[in-house]
Design a protein around this ligand. Structure first.
Ligand code: NCD
Length: 296
């Protein structure tokens, strides 16, 4: 669409992704293309000046000299937030988006997840009063941590965290939900929680963080997998989500069930990220106005 691709065609974005990514990288890349932003990328720190001993902070300040926005994925917890603060105190206070920071946070995934939930429940009373069941590696899955925090600000959402004992949700999230008076529970029995769930949010085991090989996978992984049999226990208006990539935690046999929304969820990411970038550059009202005038 010409209107959208002209909107920010004078802007350049740096995609600094020094941790593996397919969906998040490509959806941000596509979001930039939709809005006409010209993207550049670093995906391998081995070919940047960090190999000459430059600090991450100095690399990011270098990007800020050439670009109008930085989109960053990093294995370092808290680093994007720190750099956003640092850059906001320089003479070039450009926006920086967190595209996943270590085991900590993945805020744009939470936005696309909320959007997917809202669209999914449009015809069944909206997102309020729903029960969201999280399953998998909740200790190190940053998508769950971000979504759980965001859901705490929506009315009367019940949250259940199903994981083996050694992968249970972090105490910091428990403390935050408690302080916000969220109705939540923690269980090791995923299968028992399925019938009462409105949304099931599956995640993979994040074994790249293991200290020793196989450390986190010594449990029956099928206890934390969603199978074709489980579909029978699931409500008709309920949905199954996954941030992807998946392993065996969702049986591919259920991919064509209308309640399996993870492919739609992934595509929503591109549009939600486009909307976020347009908002950051103050062009969101124009888009709303354009569509009101042209799509009547
Ligand atoms: C997730 C991530 O990177 O945290 N993927 C994504 O961004 N869609 C989930 C994962 O890697 O398991």
């Amino acid at each position: 669409m010409r209107f959208l691709s002209d909107l920010l065609c004078h802007k350049r974005a740096m995609l600094d992704f020094t941790q593996p990514s397919s969906r998040t990288f490509l959806s941000f890349y596509a979001a930039c293309q939709i809005l006409g932003i010209r993207p550049a990328e670093v995906r391998d720190p081995a070919i940047s000046s960090e190999m000459k001993g430059e600090s991450r902070e100095d690399s990011v300040r270098t990007f800020s000299s050439y670009f109008d926005m930085i989109i960053m994925r990093t294995p370092l917890q808290g680093f994007v937030e720190k750099m956003a603060w640092t850059l906001s105190n320089t003479e070039r206070p450009l926006p920086i988006i967190n595209a996943g920071s270590g085991k900590d946070q993945h805020p744009t995934q939470a936005l696309l997840d909320i959007y997917t939930l809202q669209r999914s429940f449009e015809k069944s009373g909206g997102l309020a009063n729903k029960h969201v069941l999280f399953c998998g590696d909740l200790a190190r899955g940053r998508t769950v941590r971000s979504l759980s925090r965001l859901l705490a600000y929506y009315p009367n959402i019940r949250q259940t965290f199903a994981a083996p004992e050694h992968l249970k949700i972090g105490q910091d999230i428990v403390d935050e939900l408690t302080a916000l008076k969220v109705d939540f529970s923690i269980t090791t029995d995923f299968k028992a929680a399925i019938p009462s769930a409105d949304a099931i949010y599956m995640t993979r085991i994040q074994d790249e963080w293991d200290q020793s090989a196989g450390e986190s996978t010594r449990f029956n992984q099928m206890d934390y997998a969603f199978t074709a049999d489980d579909l029978k226990k699931l409500g008709h208006a309920s949905v199954i989500m996954h941030p992807l990539p998946r392993r065996q935690e969702i049986d591919t046999a259920i991919d064509n069930d209308p309640r399996a929304v993870y492919w739609r969820q992934m595509r929503n990411g591109m549009w939600v990220r486009s909307a976020l970038i347009a908002t950051i550059f103050g062009r969101d009202q124009e888009i709303t106005h354009y569509y009101m005038m042209n799509l009547k």
